[in-house]
Design a protein around this ligand. Sequence first.
Ligand SMILES: Cc1cc2nc3c(=O)[nH]c(=O)nc-3n(C[C@H](O)[C@H](O)[C@H](O)COP(=O)(O)OP(=O)(O)OC[C@H]3O[C@@H](n4cnc5c(N)ncnc54)[C@H](O)[C@@H]3O)c2cc1C
Length: 393
Amino acid sequence: MGKQKVTTTIVILGAGFGGLACANALRKGLSRDHRVIVIDRKKSFMMGLVNLWILTGSRKPDEPQAPLAGLNARGMEYLNDEAIRIDVSAKRVQAKEHGLIEYDYLVVALGSELVPEKIEGFVGRGYNLYDAEQVQPLREKLLALKQGRVAVSVMGMPYKCPPAPYEAAMIISDILEKNGTRKNVQVDMYVPAPIALPVVGPQVSKEVVDMMARYNIGFHPNCKPKVVRDDEIEFESGEKAAYDVLAGVPPHRSPEVVRISSLTTSSAAGEWVPVDRLSLRTGHPGVFAIGDVAEVKSGTVTVPKAGIFAEGQAKVVAQEIIDEINNNGAPASSAAYNGQGFCFMEVGNNMAGFVEADFYHEGGPAVRLEPPSAQNYEKKHDFERSRLKEWLL
Ligand SMILES: Cc1cc2nc3c(=O)[nH]c(=O)nc-3n(C[C@H](O)[C@H](O)[C@H](O)COP(=O)(O)OP(=O)(O)OC[C@H]3O[C@@H](n4cnc5c(N)ncnc54)[C@H](O)[C@@H]3O)c2cc1C
């Protein structure tokens, strides 16, 4: 009798930043005896940062995106389906069309869900900056605005890519400048926190607010919206702000399939999946969570929700699984997540700053902000190109 072939099935939920990075790393590191199944309800992938290029007008909303079917050609199995149940005790997930799928390893990379309806009056009055379909109409509205007030509002915490709303405010200022209307339009930024970017601390927050001031953008902390009316936002403090155009980042939560699973807890941040900060393990055998859906805590610091962190976590998880499989199931990996990442902070006019951060730095996050340059803007485009090439195209 020949030796029986051992097949491991790894199921990855979500083909976004984290899921794609993890699936590709697994495929490269494992023999084809082992299955890598990726489930996503979307048919294609687009980075969130493209929203900002739609806002600047440098990317058209209908430009083709990267098809997820590209995963099949690379030896992974992509299922275009919706995950509706995660059963960690039976080690299986249920997908709407494909039914029950058993796994040996599960990587939950389902990202976060936007909840604009949580802010009374916002839907239909404001533009959701994080919804690609609403960004082009926002751009058109800004181009048609001759005078008045633009409000950029962060409506809840935590939200993905903390610098993005600031980038949007500076891009909006640039659009108005180029349109010849900036002098007649006031641009203001309203955030619920007491400082701009609590996750990176007061020093970098001050640098960001100073940068905004150079673009003549007003900064208003402690402004969590309660109600949006036709021409004003009322904040929980009772203060009000008038607006003509409102661009908002709605509150986030984890996807429903995660909220109804036993992966989430009823703790304060309970909608997110708590994981070990080094291994990204959830505590359920063979189950990992990465990216926006995970709560990665190091002491009092929570790693922000951003693609670069999802990607870093994905690589660590892939290596742990590869090592474990190669070691016949015994945990054997020395791979550990390091809490480091970077991003390019766009300011309009084809310029971007650069932020580098180490969230596991002893004594608190170490963060560095580089001033805007045309070179960093180019690097941001390279960032997108290189990932699409590596993962899908
Ligand atoms: C305007 C903007 C700018 C940004 N800029 C940057 C940047 O410069 N740098 C950076 O690092 N990050 C940036 N981000 C953040 C980044 O996009 C996210 O943090 C990142 O996508 C998170 O990766 P993820 O894998 O956790 O989730 P996602 O990439 O969101 O992927 C989750 C996937 O799960 C799928 N899914 C969800 N529920 C189900 C279900 N039930 N069944 C099947 N599929 C499901 C979704 O369709 C999705 O494809 C930006 C975001 C925005 C909105």
